[in-house]
Design a protein around this ligand. Structure first.
Ligand code: 5GP
Length: 204
């Protein structure tokens, strides 16, 4: 079979795919990076996006920033494991890279939205899906306002979207587990513990 990546004699094919989702402002990126640092054989999947690069972003580390045309080409080639429109921009996960890392036996971390998570769980039911929750909706609104990144109108839009995402995550059967981010260090420790349990349960 042509997998699109080189097979190694050391490949074990027993990697675990970890999905981390959560509304904006919940601290998902900090938790994701904390889990990545805390688990030795983990790798973070750098997504492809058509959104503009900001000063806080590093190409190839946070995202691969590509044009709408290139994104469409990759879609046509079936290069994405999942893709979704988030706030009017496209985001996608490269399938070949994920498959290669899973073959190497790694913990592969996807930080993706709820629609992407649903697609991945359908394609790969063994994926372990985690949703990060704020301690309360009021606290999430406070955090969005304290970031001072956006206008009040944009903040309210993100807050409304966040509430929809949380409701969807709770109602759907996409997520295997929920972690409340009250204290970020404790949330990271809890996430790492849950991943360890999932790996043991799946023999990975
Ligand atoms: P941001 O542009 O603020 O970094 O991310 C916006 C949203 O897009 C976040 O909810 C993030 O989890 C989601 N996202 C990032 N990469 C991907 C991806 O490859 N696929 C999907 N479906 N969502 C993504």
């Amino acid at each position: 079979m042509d997998t699109g990546y080189p097979r190694l004699p050391t490949d074990t094919d027993n990697g675990l795919l970890l999905i981390i989702s959560g509304p904006s402002g919940v601290g998902k990126t900090t938790i994701t990076r904390g889990v990545e640092r805390g688990i030795g054989d983990s790798v973070f999947s750098v997504s492809y996006t058509t959104r503009a690069k900001t000063e806080a972003d590093t190409e190839g580390v946070d995202y691969h920033f590509i044009s709408d045309e290139r994104f469409e080409e990759l879609e046509q080639e079936n290069a994405f494991l999942e893709s979704a429109d988030v706030f009017g921009k496209k985001y996608g996960t490269r399938k070949r890279w994920v498959d290669e890392q899973l073959a190497r036996g790694r913990l592969v971390i996807l930080e993706i939205d709820v629609l992407g998570a649903q697609q991945v769980k359908t394609a790969m039911p063994d994926a372990f899906a985690m949703f990060i929750l704020p301690p309360s909706e009021e606290e999430l609104l406070n955090r969005l306002q304290n970031r001072k990144r956006e206008s009040e109108e944009q903040i309210q839009k993100r807050f409304a979207e966040a509430k929809r995402e949380i409701a969807f995550a709770k109602e759907s059967d996409v997520y295997d587990t929920f972690v409340i981010n009250e204290d970020v260090d404790r949330a990271i420790a809890e996430a790492i513990e849950k991943v360890a349990q999932a790996r043991t349960a799946q023999g990975k």
